[in-house]
Ligand binder design. Sequence first.
Ligand SMILES: [Zn+2]
Ligand SMILES: [Zn+2]
Length: 273
Amino acid sequence: MLSLQELLFRYLRTVSLLSLRYIFFAGTLFLIFYVWKKRHFFKLKIQQKYPDNKHIFREIGYSFLSLTIFSLVGTTMFILRKNGYTQMYLNFSDHSVGYFVFSVVAFILMHDAYFYWTHRFMHWKPIYPYVHKIHHLSTNPTPWAAFAFHPLEAVIEVGIVPIMIFLMPLHPFALLAWVLYQTGMNVLGHLGFEVFPSGFTTGVISKFSNTSTHHNMHHKYVTSNYGLYFNIWDRMLGTNHPEYTEQFEMVKARAKELESEEKTSVMESFAKQ
Ligand SMILES: [Zn+2]
Ligand SMILES: [Zn+2]
């Protein structure tokens, strides 16, 4: 039986680890794209403007609140695992390497489906103003918006973890691999800059991956582009924004144009000297 002190320690440790993960992923990209190389990357900015600081502080505040809720669920799962109620396994050799890889892929695909359907549910008119609207206060999101949820939405978002650890045997490293992939894609979705190359949304395989433009358009237009990692559910159910590819290519074309303008002006200034 774990003492209250041990549980509190476990909870605070989880809050710290999740906070570090958030600060590392969101903070690094924010520093590069919004501060250090701001001028250089502006050509890739999907919406050609920056949000006010008050919006950024709101995104950070709600994200930290979500992390405290995720940690509560994480600590509860830890207690349940300790008491043998979950299917988690600690001994790597209990299952094959092939199974380990399968479990990570299954987790990601299941989460993609879970996210799409819970996201659509939260967009349902009677529910939307009370829960998901908080996330949509960011109409031009920054990476800090990755976990900017109403506390109830934070509970829904983390719900995939108990489902998966009760459903199938998972090693903590499989959970870690999912956490890293999930955070990376989530932060990328809220980046506000398009980093994928032209043609990405029409490529035979690449079109099934979401992009920054995809989720940025979800924040701008609200009623389309619900998917998280993959562009499968949105394609199957016709919820992709009709101008998704057009807007993606528009950002890329504008960036190319600005780049060639920059080069011309540099060459002209050299010629004058
Ligand atoms: Zn939404
Ligand atoms: Zn979002």
